[in-house]
Design a protein around this ligand. Structure first.
Ligand code: SAH
Length: 334
């Protein structure tokens, strides 16, 4: 029998192997993300960054950072949009991409050649200065730990031969003292560490970070580990590295870690309301009028992103930012 591996270590190993080798996005891949559904998504996030830059007092230069840029589609759409409406922001920004996968770095290099990006393995090597940071479906890929309530204790889940085994919990952040028997508590330590590091950075050097991902607004019990292969649910433990493994993002935990580090928190707001406030539906209607042959596709793509029964409610937007910033675009009513 192989030795049991703590779930987060299993997930980290599986994710690194999975992304290192492939471009998993789109109809031929394993899953589809918002920027691959509609160009209006990246365009709206570009305009979000441009307005936030104005609210910051138009620092020049300014870092534009994307965490986990996938195919580079979101950023290519964002840059095209800001070039048109706010060329001063386009001229001031310096593009930095945080991406571990060599295969995806190559795809990003082709998509973003004109913007001459600099790549990083993590946020620690980003240069100092005011920054605008975008992250779509990045946090959900970070490894989680799972704890199971047994009696008055928490046990921890390990993976052995494709199945969970429970063992004594290793040192962990504080867990709830009361929980129903069998309750599962998930903790994503890298997401909390990232929020703390970015929160401290934004509070001292200025800027804002926008996270869009799926998960509940408030922390709670429940297990959400899932895997997708060719757009179908798959066993997350069966074949590490060959399927996409994600988990719900605990937005409350991310917000608390950012706030504790000195940042202000805006949101979370449901993605549907956020994107509508940014004008995504209007933009999709413009695209539909400009290319009638594609109109049906444009409008149904926008609907998928904003409708509550699509991605509009489960997905949320959350911002960490410098405490002096006013409400950022899309968060005015939050
Ligand atoms: N934002 C893109 C891609 C989401 S998939 C989109 O919306 O389409 C997750 C992305 O994060 C991939 O680019 C993956 O290679 C990257 N990634 C996952 N874990 C990472 C980590 N620990 N460090 C850096 N990049 C990571």
């Amino acid at each position: 029998m192989s030795t049991p591996e703590r779930l987060d270590r299993f997930m980290a190993r599986a994710a690194a192997a999975y992304y290192a080798a492939r471009d998993p996005f789109g109809a031929k891949g394993d899953f589809t993300t918002s920027p691959e559904i509609s160009q209006a998504f990246g365009e709206c996030l570009g305009l979000w960054a441009a307005v936030a830059w104005q609210q910051m007092g138009r620092p020049d230069p300014v870092l534009l950072v994307e965490l986990g840029p996938g195919r580079g589609t979101l950023m290519a759409d964002a840059l095209r949009a800001v070039t048109g409406v706010m060329p001063a922001f386009r001229a001031a920004l310096r593009l930095h991409l945080v991406e571990q996968s060599p295969a995806l770095r190559a795809v990003q290099a082709a998509a973003l050649r004109d913007a001459a990006p600099t790549w990083h393995d993590g946020i620690d090597s980003l240069p100092p200065g005011p920054a605008l940071i975008l992250a779509n479906e990045f946090l959900d890929a970070l490894p989680i730990r799972q704890f199971v309530r047994r009696g008055d204790d928490w046990r921890e889940r390990f993976v052995q031969a494709g199945a969970f085994v429970e063992a004594t919990a290793e040192p962990a952040p504080p867990l709830p003292t009361e929980a129903p028997e069998g309750a599962v508590q998930e903790i994503c330590e890298p997401a909390r560490a990232l929020a703390a590091a970015l929160g401290a950075r934004l509070a001292s050097q200025g800027g804002a970070a926008l996270f869009i991902d799926y998960g509940p607004a408030r922390s709670g019990f429940g297990e959400s580990l899932q895997a997708l292969s060719a757009h179908r649910a798959a066993d997350p433990l069966a074949s590490p590295g060959s399927v996409d493994i994600t988990a719900h993002v605990d937005f409350q935990a991310v917000a608390e870690a950012g706030r504790a580090a000195g940042a202000a928190v805006q949101g979370p707001v449901p993605q549907g309301l956020f994107l509508q406030a940014l004008g995504l539906v209007t933009r999709a209607a413009m695209l539909a009028r400009a290319a009638p042959a594609q109109a049906g596709h444009q409008l149904s793509a926008a609907q998928r992103l904003v409708a509550p029964e699509g991605m509009g409610r489960l997905f949320k937007a959350l911002a960490l930012c410098h405490p002096a910033l006013p409400p950022l675009p899309g968060f005015e009513s939050a």
